[in-house]
Ligand binder design. Structure first.
Ligand SMILES: Cc1cc2nc3c(=O)[nH]c(=O)nc-3n(C[C@H](O)[C@H](O)[C@H](O)COP(=O)(O)OP(=O)(O)OC[C@H]3O[C@@H](n4cnc5c(N)ncnc54)[C@H](O)[C@@H]3O)c2cc1C
Length: 405
């Protein structure tokens, strides 16, 4: 039988999209296909667990719009479903005088994006908030928080099943195509047909979006983020979250210290080019992934553009001393002996043919379909509002195949 909606990908964006659709069209037949035996196994279950507030993103961008609204909706979702969360606030620290303009820029962006409670503070107030942090100035973001997105994804899956959605786990989509006015998904567990399609394939987003011609071509490049855990007796070094002023040339935030919802403290993540899309270990290599990367002209242009940053990140991945030095710029008291290797995650970062890392979210429209091609951080925070944007675009009159939302 044909479904009204087929969703590919049981990460937080796919799950949120199915929730949004079933809230609007409760009588529709909906199926969600996930290749893993459980939902939330990739980016959704391997991230920093931060509820972002919206200070980093260009005003008017999809990231800015969905992050600010999405953070409020995520908090509401956690409260309603009793998911552990905490609004602990964070500080972004300018360690040196030359980082002040970058801090000012974040402050202005935050104000333009409507982030509440922001304050530029001096060293004394910084010490009151985070006694071990040092800097010439800082930005206090009181609304930032912690959320366990893995639990959010499991909760969404339960809600969907209660609404009658078919969640097909361990079902990998091999091919997507248009057939007789509908979408056909060929999978490892048979064929599925639907009138409307939403594709949220994370690290495989570009492969799945090949079914529709796009005006702008992109390819996913995986960037691993590695963490260290701070040993229990030193967890009081940080009360909430301590971040550096980020490099505006790349969409990563720089290694930071973050409390976890379980009471731990972790440091990271860095951003190292991975040689496998689901490569959680330094030694993971996949020949097909690698070949696809080096065959893409955008990859070579990216390498030429960002080689210096890339080498620095690779060095910091292998040298614990370099990693610790980056943290000591924010919290001088931290020592190498305070850190033990922790988990890692892999970011799905879309790269354009010009070699640029796509800064904003990218939702490509196809015939009665949306292909989510670039939803890196803060997409866990923003997922409920990204889902709203996806469904809005599918029901809108201005829907245009081949264009990004
Ligand atoms: C290290 C790291 C730190 C981060 N920190 C934060 C943070 O603190 N706050 C924040 O808001 N965001 C953060 N993010 C970003 C956030 O985790 C992601 O943006 C978000 O999880 C993306 O969700 P998704 O559903 O698009 O992708 P995913 O969670 O990767 O889900 C995609 C799903 O599609 C499935 N899939 C792929 N191909 C197929 C196929 N062929 N057939 C069937 N299923 C398929 C996959 O198995 C996967 O489950 C971080 C990300 C990383 C990696």
């Amino acid at each position: 039988m044909m479904d009204d909606l087929l969703v590919i990908g049981g990460g937080i964006v796919g799950l949120a999209s199915a929730l949004e659709w079933t809230s609007r069209f409760p009588d529709d037949r909906v199926t969600l296909l996930e290749k893993e035996p459980r939902v939330g196994r990739h980016q959704t279950g391997h991230n920093s667990g931060v509820l972002h507030s919206g200070i980093y993103y260009r005003p008017g961008s999809l990231k800015a719009r969905t992050c600010v609204e999405g953070a409020a909706r995520m908090l509401e979702f956690c409260r309603t479903h009793q998911i552990p969360h905490q609004v602990c606030g964070k500080v972004v620290v300018a360690a040196r005088e030359d980082e002040r303009p970058g801090l000012q820029r974040l402050y202005e962006r935050g104000l333009a994006n409507g982030v509440a409670g922001l304050a530029l503070i001096g060293p004394e107030r910084l010490r009151e908030l985070e006694p071990n942090a040092r800097g010439v100035a800082a930005l206090h973001v009181p609304g930032a928080g912690l959320v366990d997105y893995g639990t959010v994804a499991e909760t969404m899956a339960r809600l969907l099943e209660a609404r009658g959605v078919q969640l097909r786990r361990a079902t990998r989509v091999r091919r997507l195509m248009r057939r007789e006015g509908a979408w056909l998904a060929q999978t490892t567990a048979g064929d599925y047909r639907a009138g409307t399609l939403i594709v949220c394939g994370g690290l495989h987003a570009d492969r799945l979006s090949g079914a529709v011609p796009a005006t702008r071509r992109v390819q996913i490049v995986p960037f691993r983020g590695e963490y260290y855990d701070v040993v229990p007796q030193r967890r009081d070094l940080v009360r909430g979250m301590v971040y550096p002023v980020p490099d505006p040339a790349v969409p990563f935030l720089g290694v930071h210290l973050t409390r976890t919802i379980a009471g731990g403290l972790h440091a990271g993540p860095n951003a190292v080019l991975a040689l496998k899309r689901e490569g959680y270990k330094k030694t993971d290599i996949d020949a097909q992934d690698l070949l696809q990367m080096v065959r893409y002209s955008g990859w070579w242009k990216m390498a030429a553009r960002y080689w210096r940053t890339g080498l620095e990140e690779a060095w910091r991945s292998w040298s614990k001393r370099a990693f610790v030095r980056a943290l000591q710029r924010l919290v001088p008291a931290i020592q190498a002996s305070d850190l033990v290797p922790g988990s890692s995650g892999v970011r799905a970062q879309a790269v354009g043919q010009d070699g640029r890392l796509l800064d904003d979210f990218d939702l490509l429209q196809g015939e009665r379909a949306v292909f989510v091609r670039n939803v890196p951080s803060p997409a866990a925070t923003a997922c409920l509002s990204i889902a709203r944007a996806i469904v809005d675009s599918l029901v809108s009159d201005t829907f245009q195949s081949g264009k990004s939302v």
